[in-house]
Design a protein around this ligand. Sequence first.
Ligand code: C2E
Ligand code: CA
Ligand code: CA
Length: 597
Amino acid sequence: MLNSPRILLVDDTPENIDILRATLSRIPDLQLNVATSGERALDLAQRNAPDLILLDVMMPGMDGFEVCQQLRAKSEHMNTPIIFVTARTDDISKGFAVGANDYITKPINADEVFARVSHQLERLALTRQLRELNQSLESKVRERTAELAVSNRQLREEVKERRYMQDRLQYLATHDFITHLYNRNALDDYVTETISLVQLKHTQAVFLQIDLDRFRLVNESCGCFAGDELLRQFADLVSGQMEKDDFFSRLGGDKFALVCRSKNKESGLQLARSIQQQLSEFDFMWDNRHFNLAAAIALVSIDENIVSFDQLMMMADEVIYQLKKERRHLLSHDELNTAKSVDKTSVNWALRLMDGLKNNHFRAHFQKIVPLSGEKKDVKIEMLVRLQDVYTQRLVYPDEFIPAAERFNLISQIDRWIFDHATTFLVRNPEIVSSLDSIAFNLSAISLREPDMSSYICEKIKASGVPPNKFCFEITETEAIVNMDAARLFFTELINFGCKFSLDDFGSGFSSFNYLRELPFDVVKIDGVFVRDMDKNPSHFAMVKSIVEVAHQLEKEIVAEFVETETIADSLRTLGVGWAQGYLYHRPEELSLAALS
Ligand code: C2E
Ligand code: CA
Ligand code: CA
């Protein structure tokens, strides 16, 4: 029941008042007000806001019905329980009509009064409780709604941020960060899609590979910022000539590729010529130096004979190789085939290499590396691989097949082949070993990543009985050494075993000096392009000189390659270079006892 309920008792008869008061006194903490007329009742109700009203019907002046009607008209009493007290049953329905909640009949029965009043009070208490509950529920709902709005907004922001990050990741995965062109991965996907389109719809598309000529020169003479800027300007220049359907990407280094789905060979060649024209008119400037640019462009038609991205890239490589050999600038693959009709087999390098490995078509050549000062007598040798072409009996040189061998993942088998071959040779001719300072092997960055390559090498050396410190491994700084951790592991295992490492082609890469710091090389091999003309080219001389200074400071042995004249040998000796390799001393030849004695 309600706590300390306020009841207004309205009756004009004192006896009734007494009886009702006595009955109601059973209610704990009751606050009772009494009115003896209708007017007085309205006044008290207004002031005391009763929880319940007991209202006599028959009163002089304003009767109970009138009082009830007036109370109900006021919003504060609209829901106050009103119980009529009447002797006439006729009044009951009228009472309900004017808004009463219940009635008590006279003569008054105390138990009935108590029961009806208690019932109304309990109902009132429950109604109030419910209202409170509703109110707190509503405010909770309001709070939650506000919270939800906030967290919805946060969620929307997070979703937006995640979508941005996803887009960004997707962008990074498919774009080159210097030129903002598509990268090799994206090109692979696009070409693969183009090949299916061509196969399905019997259409044709055109693939252009563009090798920029002076990139390395700019990089070497002006630094890599200049190189990057050149790449960007070149990308803009070509982008300006593209049509809606053309797909332009950077393959890496100075190599770019274009796929044109709506061009045929003729319009493809036209585009290539126009790119070359623009390039020849273009003048790259850096620090007041001007560079004329040129590019070798290979065209391969994507027709129904092309089945994979790798095949397409290999064909483009063949064309580029031919272009560079002949110092030309533009060629399409079908012309290459007519030009080299005798050499049709060149189309499938993968097969030729696999065949060569299976049927022993590889040859192990070597070149001596001689000491420049008189004190040392022993020589180093470097192993160089060749492929014997069974059809033409011609020796094929590594520059021609190593890119394909790397692409088809055959290079590690070739590296193992020449290593096995040379090790067997040393086992058969132990007298040679003591006169050799070391024997060097070129290892592709791909071989470094082979998980069992280092253990393979260690096992073989152990079995050969040749001291491990006679073995040196030449690594070129390439973009392929992306996995530094794998390279470090490989180095650690072989160095702990006692072998040596040589950093090949030092100076030509972008970060040779970083590599020297990152990996524990014993020997630095200065790239032959700087050595060959160091007597005539002051910037190449300066390059050699600074490489020598760094190598000395880091206490590395130094080998200079492409030493072709005495003048250069003298100059290297003066700079303090310890070892020389080149046609002046020895031209590469097949590994044999006679050649080494
Ligand atoms: P490299 O390691 O820089 O080898 C030096 C290249 O320069 C050799 O070409 C050599 O014949 C040539 N050379 C030597 N002396 C002179 C000279 O005085 N003047 C000039 N102009 N050239 C000279 P080669 O044998 O055609 O090898 C080319 C490249 O192929 C090598 O460059 C090396 O990176 C790679 N290579 C060779 N054998 C292997 C191998 O077994 N495995 C791997 N992964 N790569 C190999
Ligand atoms: Ca080498
Ligand atoms: Ca080299």
